[in-house]
Write a protein that binds this ligand. Structure first.
Ligand SMILES: Nc1ncnc2c1ncn2[C@@H]1O[C@H](COP(=O)(O)OP(=O)(O)OP(=O)(O)O)[C@@H](O)[C@H]1O
Ligand SMILES: [Zn+2]
Length: 825
């Protein structure tokens, strides 16, 4: 099923391509030619996909060198146990140091890749999951932070308040007998109406003040001079039931002792504050306030859902503010145009905008209205975001970047308010540039395709965006760039002049573009040759790859080299990396019966031989029966040329080559298998396109009914009669093509068998092996094919242009050299 993976990306790219074509005044006619522009593979399909996951895991372990024996059988659950088993874990940990090796492949000063990745890792998801994981931890920590001090303070206070003085608790009886009777009581202080503190004279009342003074010298801080010139000390206390009963009892006792009522012990009443108790009284309030504060802090980080995730600073009251990344003059890690290879036209157009921004007067004087925005359109991974980042670095004006989905929030009204705030911020620092990535998240056509309630919110967000871009009271000085790979679903109002005036299309790079992108990424890798040696060959090998795929190839190659304990990355590693990217992981230990292997070999051999002897078929690069990916048992890989147009003959040859596998099965094995399903699917698609879209069929005529990619089409634009006609025509064409293929395979029967046997022996055959068996390919084209380029490189052809591009882009200071070219002076 290799093709399924490719075709998925293909359908995306061809979809956008479709649109781009429309936009580009129907420049390229053959949208479906994408089929042939990607590294084209005919693969043998297996029906059994159930063990895909296990296969993947096994592939992984095979690749990292884990003993196959670890897997006792085919069940996935076994994998779980094996990972839990410490032995395997050791394999993982053994892996760890190897990672360092991988770093070897990047020269030291080039630490950019990890950095870039770090930036990517700031992605919301990751931050959010981290948030959740850490929530409990942080909560506990905060709990400790807040409450531990409170507890400690409380403890200290309580300790202070109950500092063990030498006071002794006594009862009233003792008080009466031991203190009152000998006349030692100086005075009594009743604290808080509950405790009577007895201040004791060191000597009975009748002693001289001289003695008392002597005593006072030795006494501690609690002593105080009494009103009678004597010192007293608080030494005893006792609890009283109530003030009344205490007074009564005291009076009684003094009366009984015959003390004169004038000499009665003076009693004073005080209310004392006990710190700890007071604190405890306020504790609930403090707790409440504390937790409110804490929650508030959490809100700032957590409630900024869809924001920059945990960057913090956005509280619940800030929710209407968009999570913008701002780049200005002083920002570090800037990206420049030289970091974006290819897409020179797009660079020029963007710089034109920057020029508008910086010198508006010039245009306004002539009565020209300055364009408001540009849409960067292109398939995924072609560098739209990268180009926008580079614009930020290059333009020198403040650059506010946000993702379309960041506007949307779970609260109603947040989206529009974020748009308002974004533009407000941009206007404040104008001239400035706003970049909205993946604008389709909010820019989808209104009133279409959605039953969810979130639609209203999205629509009002879009409306606000429309208003901000070209509404009442908007001022100039702000340019809006937006990236999307689905311009077809955008609201028309967004695309009209005055809003996104221009569409800058960034297509998948052609061979030169790929060469340049490879150069950028190869520079970061330790190679055994010059980067240019590889970049040319690799560029020829990877038609249909976007910039992101190319970056991936280079990284993957370095990883594979590291895994093999190599010190340099070589061509074989790049080969393996490309195979892995287009075909998925190798599944060397997939259990395949001998018969199946034979079927696969003959099938692939059929493709190879058919392609070899068909003039317009793509030259084969290699054919393999090593199972790869989720379900493919083998595939043949071609090096397609980047044609913009395809002729009927070319398409016929393609069809026959694709049918070659099934034909070989039928002719040589006498049995057909399900393996050709994918091929047939492809053939059906190509033939339908020829008959119903490209007007190749005489019977159907020069009519074109392009299929809508979103599948929203309910009724066909033609009658059932035409539908019938199309169906019969397609069937006829395929039958004819198959007959032709059968004939070809019949003629070359022996060669097909030879190749198949060789395949069974060697598993992978390259073009050289085929030449040995089949002889040189009988067709020579006058033009250089991608395969020739792959073989020889294309030194002169590219060197000039590459140099000129470098000249153009490497100068950093001063106005970009692109500007004068772009702007008509
Ligand atoms: N022309 C290029 N030059 C250098 N690197 C590139 C180029 N195009 C893509 N890349 C690499 O691919 C990565 C992904 O590109 P980017 O995110 O810009 O793609 P995109 O077009 O915005 O994709 P999407 O539409 O999926 O968001 C970049 O980070 C960069 O590493
Ligand atoms: Zn096939």
């Amino acid at each position: 099923m290799i093709f399924s993976t490719i075709s998925r990306s293909l359908s995306r790219s061809s979809r956008s391509r479709n649109v781009i074509n429309e936009v580009n005044r129907g420049k390229a006619l053959l949208t479906n030619c994408d089929l042939f522009r990607t590294p084209y593979v005919n693969n043998f399909n297996s029906i059994d996909q159930s063990d895909g996951k296990l296969g993947f895991l096994r592939g992984y372990f095979a690749a990292i060198g884990v003993n196959k024996g670890s897997f006792s059988n085919n069940r996935l659950s076994d994998f779980n146990c094996t990972v839990a088993n410490p032995g395997l874990r050791r394999y993982f940990s053994n892996e760890a140091p190897k990672k360092k090796k991988y770093e070897n492949f990047y020269p030291k000063e080039k630490k950019e890749i990890p950095k870039e990745k770090e930036q990517k890792a700031e992605s919301k998801e990751e931050a959010n999951t981290n948030d959740h994981r850490n929530f409990r931890e942080t909560f506990m920590k905060n709990l400790q932070n807040i409450f531990a001090p409170i507890l400690v303070i409380g403890f200290i206070l309580s300790a202070i308040s109950s500092t063990p003085h030498e006071e002794k608790q006594i009862n009233f009886q003792e008080f009466k007998n031991k203190l009152l009777e000998p006349g030692l009581v100086d005075h009594i202080v009743v604290s808080n109406k509950s405790v009577a503190k007895v201040y004791v004279r060191s000597s009975p009342q009748n002693q001289t003040s001289h003695d008392a003074a002597e005593i006072s010298d030795i006494e501690g801080p609690i002593s105080r001079t009494t009103s009678r010139g004597n010192t007293s000390q608080y030494q005893y206390y006792f609890n009283i039931g109530s003030v009344d009963s205490f007074e009564e009892k005291l009076e009684e006792a003094q009366e009984a002792l015959g003390i004169d009522s004038h000499d009665y012990v003076p009693v004073t009443y005080v209310s004392e504050m006990v710190w700890f108790q007071e604190l405890m009284r306020f504790a609930p309030t403090i707790l409440l306030l504390g937790s409110l504060f804490y929650m508030g802090r959490r809100m700032q980080g957590g409630l900024g859902v869809g924001g920059t995730g945990g960057k913090g600073g956005r509280g619940i009251f800030n929710i209407g503010k968009a999570p913008v990344t701002k780049v200005d003059k002083n920002s570090k890690n800037k990206i420049y145009f030289k970091d974006v290879a290819g897409c020179d036209e797009a660079k020029q157009e963007i710089m034109e905008f920057v020029h508008f921004l910086k010198n508006p007067k010039k245009y306004e004087e002539l009565g020209a209205k300055i364009p408001k925005g540009a849409l960067l359109v292109g398939p995924p991974g072609t560098g739209k975001t990268l180009l926008a980042k580079a614009t930020a670095g290059e333009s020198g004006v403040p650059f506010l970047s946000i993702s379309g989905s960041d506007f949307l929030e779970m609260f109603v009204g947040v989206g529009p308010s974020r748009v308002r705030n974004l533009f407000q911020e941009a206007r404040q620092c104008s001239p400035s540039i706003i970049f909205i990535d993946e604008i389709d998240a909010i820019g989808r056509a209104r009133g279409r395709g959605g039953f969810s309630g979130s639609n209203d919110e999205r629509e009002s967000t879009l409306n606000q965006l429309l208003v901000e871009m070209d509404g009442f009271g908007t001022t100039s000085g702000v340019v809006v760039l937006a990236g999307t790979n689905r311009p077809d679903i955008l609201d028309n109002a967004l695309l009209r002049p005055g809003r996104f005036d221009r569409q800058i299309s960034i297509d998948k790079p052609d061979i030169k573009g790929r060469d340049q992108i490879f150069r950028i990424y190869l520079k970061k890798i330790k190679l055994d040759h010059e980067p240019s040696y590889y970049s040319q060959r690799l560029a020829a090998l990877t038609p249909g790859f976007a910039g992101a795929d190319i970056a991936n190839v280079c990284n993957e190659a370095a990883l594979i080299a590291a895994r093999g304990e190599e010190t340099q990355v070589k061509m074989e590693h790049f080969d393996a990396a490309i195979d892995r990217i287009i075909g998925g992981l190798e599944k060397k230990n997939k259990v395949i019966s001998k018969l199946e292997r034979r079927t696969v070999a003959y099938h692939e051999s059929g493709h190879a031989v058919a392609g070899w002897f068909l003039e317009h078929a793509e030259p084969l690069l290699k054919v393999t029966i090593v199972p790869r990916g989720t379900a493919a048992l083998g595939f043949a890989q071609y090096v397609p040329n980047e044609n913009l147009l395809m002729t009927k003959e070319q398409l016929l040859d393609m069809t026959c080559m694709t049918l070659g596998g099934r034909a070989a099965e039928q002719v040589l094995l006498g049995k057909i298998s399900t393996g050709a399903q994918n091929d047939l699917e492809k053939v059906t698609k190509i033939t339908y396109a020829q008959v119903a879209v490209y007007g190749f069929s005489e019977k159907v005529g020069l009519l074109s009914y392009p299929q809508r990619e979103d599948g929203l089409e309910m009724s066909k634009p033609y009658s059932s009669k035409t539908a019938n006609l199309i169906d019969t025509e397609v069937r006829e064409w395929v039958t004819k093509a198959y007959k032709r293929t059968l004939q070809l395979i019949e003629e070359r029967k022996e060669q097909v068998a030879q190749i198949a046997e060789l395949l069974l022996k060697k598993e992978t055959l390259h073009q050289d092996d085929l030449v040995q068996v089949l002889g040189e390919r009988p067709f020579k084209s006058d033009e250089m094919t991608n395969y020739d380029r792959y073989k020889q490189g294309f030194q002169e052809e590219v060197e000039k242009s590459a140099d000129s591009v470098e000249e153009m882009t490497t100068e950093d200071d001063g106005p970009s050299p692109l500007v004068p070219e772009a702007v008509p002076m």
